[in-house]
Design a protein around this ligand. Sequence first.
Ligand code: ATP
Length: 263
Amino acid sequence: MSPPVATVVEVRGLINRFGAHVVHEDLDLDIRRGEILGIVGGSGTGKSVLLRSIIGLKQPDGGSIQVFGQDLQRLPASQRSRLERRFGVMFQRGALFTSLNLQENVALPLIEHAGLSRADAEHLARVKLALAGLPPEAALLAPDALSGGMTKRAALARALALDPEVLFLDEPTAGLDPIGAAAFDQLLMTLRDALGFSVFLVTHDLDTLYTACDRVAVISRKRVLVADDLATVEATDDDWIRDYFHGPRGRAASQAAQRLEER
Ligand SMILES: Nc1ncnc2c1ncn2[C@@H]1O[C@H](COP(=O)(O)OP(=O)(O)OP(=O)(O)O)[C@@H](O)[C@H]1O
């Protein structure tokens, strides 16, 4: 018998609404240990709201979210923030502090949450920046001085600061050219293999889905329609899935991934 799959986040019957606008209704989703889980769906289907609910930035209107076996909503604030520290989050625009250089940006959570001295935190921050593929001289640059690709790497370094067990990424390759996006996907896979974290990855990028994701969850009609390997997702009978995965861009991404595997 194969061992049971370890689930790090378990969402059940999730409801989210804003006024009369229902975004999620009875949504279920698991994030498994060590997987890269892609989250896709049409614009406005609630991918970012789902991310925000899991990391505790949006109070759900119903349902439960278990994180490492504990119900986030029921925990006292101190335990909850300890649990949330096991997450790393990278938002769409990087959300770096513009008045701090990269080393200071990455050191900040280490000083605030891990209680490190400034010197130790900055030393560790330089290690994280290197892990994210930035050259040593980038440590002293301000966020404004960075290219799009470097900004993503710096934001990733900050998300990795506290050695997260689950990494949440909201459209990490948006705005990157295809080569920069492919390099980011490779970096993510290398780091996941080396460090063993799980990844919750909101994306519109078909190449990312085909090259980097172990499973893909499709949000449609207020819930997760399917969460499985790509072959199963592609075969799911749904108009949005058909248009997205079997349109010209979907076919091209699928063929490119196949060619990459054959090399
Ligand atoms: N703070 C808010 N107040 C009111 N409505 C909100 C709020 N945040 C999100 N929404 C609404 O919830 C819905 C889902 O938004 P969300 O940002 O999660 O979509 P998404 O799937 O991530 O979209 P996209 O792919 O375009 O980024 C949208 O209709 C959005 O307008």
